[in-house]
Design a binder for this molecule. Structure first.
Ligand SMILES: Cc1cc2nc3c(=O)[nH]c(=O)nc-3n(C[C@H](O)[C@H](O)[C@H](O)COP(=O)(O)OP(=O)(O)OC[C@H]3O[C@@H](n4cnc5c(N)ncnc54)[C@H](O)[C@@H]3O)c2cc1C
Length: 378
């Protein structure tokens, strides 16, 4: 049986996430835009509101609520601030990689702190050699005197300068066919967060580079089996990572719809609101149709995932659709605003800039098509 309704618990969480976003995050959005910096207590606030605890099992201090609830929470937070949702989504990806592949000891050590915001995570896979080709990764590891030593540089890393718990993919120095994933901590010797990016959008979401120089990692911080790191990182990104980006895209899309409806009802031309003009009504209809379709695709994938089924292909379809649709929605919302759509005091200009940044993270639209075509042709 197909049930398209959210549960009461999911509806309640949406309400709580919306209230959190509107009361705690909204007052800081303008400052984040102007300074490009996240507001200091963001991690603490996300932790206190239990936003980081959603997928963490109860035995490790989490809520054990699953991916649909997290997509709902991200949608509500992105509706107010995609930058904040992006930080939360990559933090959540680090958490999910540990849930999926961590040992009991690793879960006990890291998850309770990650649930409360005492710790905050990132996932570092991409390197200057190209994010679409993770096998080109040149960050290396070797085993030495009972620990691992990592060397290399990761770029475009969300939470690069604020995360204290990093899930990092590296290549075996002695066997270039083998990759492993490690849990690193900021204060382990040999770590530096270096260049910080200035992005066109999602300003206030920290993105930058991290460098590892002879970075010593205890043997027990290997995450998943040695030599299987590509599977560890890609499994998490293809499901949790893409689920997160879908939530971010849906929230931005909804913000575009709301801003368009508000402006179209308020802007008077020819003696009546422009919402009475059919050309503007049709733009609003297009935005709404894409949002409805994106939600069906996104929440179908998360529902499968919550049932314990593999949902990588469904997530790829939804990630492609929702991130592309959010870009279309932002462009149409700006068009509806006429000249005001070019003026920074209107949030729609931020939506246009933010929509450009949605695409690459967790795999570009081209890569989603590679996955979907493989699925269709199999
Ligand atoms: C805001 C932001 C946050 C990010 N956060 C993180 C993070 O936290 N951790 C992390 O590890 N990475 C992160 N990334 C990196 C992201 O995963 C990469 O940008 C993405 O994988 C693309 O890699 P690239 O930028 O090197 O582009 P490239 O891989 O160099 O791609 C260049 C172009 O080639 C196309 N292309 C590549 N392969 C194919 C193919 N097989 N067929 C057709 N076309 C192809 C791409 O679609 C693109 O148009 C982030 C990126 C952004 C923008």
């Amino acid at each position: 049986m197909i049930d398209f309704t959210f549960t009461e618990e999911q509806d309640l969480f949406r309400k709580a996430a919306r209230e959190f976003a509107e009361t705690k995050i909204a007052p800081h959005v303008q400052d984040m835009e102007e300074t490009g910096r996240s507001w200091d207590p963001v991690i603490k606030e996300l932790g206190e509101a239990e936003m980081m605890a959603i997928t963490i099992p109860e035995e490790y201090g989490g809520l054990g609520l699953g991916y649909t609830v997290r997509m709902i929470a991200l949608e509500e937070i992105a509706r107010v601030s995609v930058a904040t949702a992006m930080m939360m989504q990559v933090g959540g990806l680090g958490i999910d990689t540990i849930i999926l592949f961590g040992t009991d000891e690793q879960k006990e050590k890291y998850l309770p702190g990650l649930a409360t915001g005492e710790r905050f995570a990132t996932v570092a896979v991409t390197e200057p050699s190209g994010g679409s080709d993770p096998k080109g990764c040149s960050t290396s590891y070797k085993k030495q005197n009972g620990h691992y030593v990592l060397n290399g540089r990761k770029c475009f890393i969300t939470n690069s300068h604020i995360a204290d718990t990093q899930v990092v993919l590296a290549n075996n120095e002695d066997d270039r066919e083998a990759y492993s994933t490690f849990i690193l901590e900021k204060d382990m010797e040999g770590f530096e967060a270096t260049h910080e990016e200035h992005k066109v959008g999602m300003r206030g979401c920290n993105t930058g580079e991290i460098e590892m120089k002879d970075r010593k990692v205890p043997a027990e911080n290997l995450l998943g089996p040695e030599g299987k790191g590509m599977r560890v990182s890609m499994t998490a990104i293809s499901e949790s990572g893409r689920a997160g980006m879908i939530g971010c895209a849906l929230g931005l899309h909804n913000a575009c719809l709301e801003a368009s409806v508000k402006f179209a009802n308020e802007r008077i031309l020819y003696g009546r609101p422009i919402s009475k003009l059919q050309a503007q009504q049709f733009k609003i209809a297009d935005i709404k149709i894409d949002l409805e379709a994106g939600r069906l695709l996104g929440y179908r994938a998360s529902a499968l995932h919550d049932k314990g089924e593999r949902a990588g292909n469904e997530y790829a379809v939804a990630k492609y659709f929702t991130t592309e649709a959010a870009q279309r929605a932002a462009k149409m919302a700006a068009d509806i605003h006429g000249g005001y759509g070019c003026m920074e005091e209107y949030p729609v200009t931020r939506y246009v800039r933010d929509s450009f940044v949605l695409g690459p993270s967790a795999g570009t639209s081209d890569i989603m098509k590679v996955i979907v075509s493989r699925w269709a042709l199999s």
